[in-house]
Design a protein around this ligand. Structure first.
Ligand SMILES: Nc1ncnc2c1ncn2[C@@H]1O[C@H](COP(=O)(O)OP(=O)(O)OP(=O)(O)O)[C@@H](O)[C@H]1O
Length: 232
């Protein structure tokens, strides 16, 4: 459903991603792992044209994304949870979710039901300002905002970054749960072993290049990958 072909991307004059190709097929969880600064987030952001694209092509459900505006991306079910600034702290939980919405009132109710089922702690917090929530709960709000539009493909930029250990596994379990409802997932994750263990496929980036691609299990069992990128 998503195909990144030989993409070059970066910031202004600085090229960070040097010709990377990557695919996500329907129903998959795909992880991008690699050392700090290897360009994982930059690659993810290139899908949403949030960085400068210097070459290559990104296609999603038969559209070239460079020719599609954000509204159309949302209508085509492409949703993104950024790593930072992914909620409005001064708005309530429910207002945050409503702002993520591009759907009818009736549909909104169904989506809220689904989100509150997935993240029960948000129910009693729904009238609270999102900024008063714990880090893990704020991340639940960020996920909720991305889920309101009923995405087909969810892009996650380091969903567990900065979270307390108790929330890391919980959030990754939720990612798997969301995937089981039919949402494909492409995520950048610093917890590489955990991410690969739950992924159908994975890509290892280093210095803006794709070094390895394989099934999640294949990468975990690859001794070279383990030694160089997964801490032995
Ligand atoms: N807004 C920006 N302007 C210029 N350079 C940037 C910007 N954001 C990131 N970079 C640079 O791009 C390179 C790749 O950063 P990126 O965040 O994509 O890496 P990453 O693999 O996601 O790393 P991390 O796990 O640390 O987030 C780094 O050298 C970083 O300094």
């Amino acid at each position: 459903m998503l195909s990144i072909k030989e993409v070059y991307a970066g910031y202004g004059e600085i090229e960070i991603i040097h010709g990377i190709s990557l695919e996500v097929n329907e129903g998959e969880i795909v992880s991008i792992v690699g050392p700090n600064g290897s360009g994982k987030s930059t690659l993810l952001k290139s899908i949403f044209s949030l960085v400068d694209i210097m070459g290559g092509e990104i296609n999603y459900l038969n559209s070239n994304l460079s020719q599609v505006n954000t509204d159309q991306m949302i209508k085509k079910g492409l949703s993104f949870v950024p790593q930072t600034d992914n909620i409005f702290p001064t708005l309530t939980v429910e207002e945050n979710l409503e702002l993520g919405a591009y759907v009818s009132k009736k549909k909104l109710k169904d989506r809220f039901d689904l989100i509150y089922n997935l993240f029960p702690p948000l129910v009693e917090k729904r009238k609270k300002k999102a900024g008063t929530l714990s880090g893990g709960q704020r991340q639940m709000v960020a996920f909720g905002r991305a889920l309101v539009i009923e995405p087909k493909l969810l892009l996650l930029d380091e969903p567990t970054a900065g979270l307390a250990p108790m929330y890391i596994d919980l959030i990754l379990e939720k990612v798997a749960e969301i995937n089981k409802t039919g949402v494909s997932i492409l995520m950048v994750e610093q917890n590489a072993k955990k991410a690969l263990a739950m992924s159908d496929r994975g890509y290892v980036l280093a210095a803006g290049e794709k070094k390895y691609e394989d099934s999640g299990r294949g990468l975990l069992e690859n001794e070279e990958v383990a030694q160089l990128f997964l801490g032995g």
